[in-house]
Design a protein around this ligand. Structure first.
Ligand code: MD6
Ligand code: FE
Length: 207
């Protein structure tokens, strides 16, 4: 296994063996069965190409009125628990961190991509974000703290895990495109990205 770093992005190439990837996909089928993927509308009125769901105490939702963390799926049901197999990745890579409160599930079909953004709506930026890639490879673009900072890209493949912490925690990043059909992990192709996060403010601090 190889670990690359870029301004605080820690990229663990090949972190999850195939059997672990398959286990996580099986667990995600259960989660999606209870909390189906949504193509949210952004506050600026665009339908997102990425299908989204979540597990844990909070999920990220977006609508015309804005985006936010919500404690229920748009259908009103609670988000399912974060599967044990996914929690294990967090525990192994960021053992000092608080327990993750959200696992966002992003599904990329053939034409899906995600624009450059900073994950800046959580309550405790001292806590990392851990991101797991499954299925088809994708070009991950990494920048700096300002949108216009120079960027670099790296190919994320099935089983790779990225940790964003410290100086990279608020760095801009996005997915340019996926290489549809290159992986046989998902029978119908596509890419799943999971991001584990702490959402609430540090304990003892007023929200
Ligand atoms: C993706 N990832 O890999 C998009 N966010 O599909 C993210 O937006 C992301 O990889 C926060 C931390 C790590 C990430
Ligand atoms: Fe992100």
């Amino acid at each position: 296994m190889q670990t690359l770093t870029h301004d605080g992005f820690r990229i663990h190439k090949g972190f999850l063996p195939r059997s672990a990837q398959e286990g996580i996909v099986a667990a995600l089928r259960e989660v999606i069965g209870q909390a189906p993927l949504s193509h949210y509308e952004t506050p600026w009125g665009k339908r997102m190409s990425v299908g989204m769901s979540a597990a844990g105490q909070f999920g990220w939702v977006s609508e015309r009125a804005g985006y936010r963390y919500a404690d229920t799926h748009p259908s009103g049901v609670a988000w399912p628990e974060i599967p044990r197999s996914i929690l294990g990745v967090w525990e192994e890579l960021v053992p000092e961190a608080r327990a993750p409160e959200s696992c966002l599930i992003n599904f990329y079909g053939e034409a899906a991509k995600m624009g450059l953004h900073s994950d800046d709506t959580e309550g405790d930026f001292s806590q990392p974000v851990v991101s797991i890639s499954l299925g088809d490879p994708a070009t991950f673009r990494m920048g700096g703290l300002k949108r216009k900072d120079p960027t670099r890209s790296v190919l994320l493949e099935s089983g790779d895990v990225v940790v964003m912490e410290g100086e990279s925690r608020l760095a801009y990043h996005g997915i340019d495109r996926i290489r549809f059909g290159r992986s046989d992990l998902l029978a119908k192709g596509g890419r799943i990205n999971l991001t584990l996060r702490v959402v609430t403010p540090p304990p003892g601090e007023a929200g």
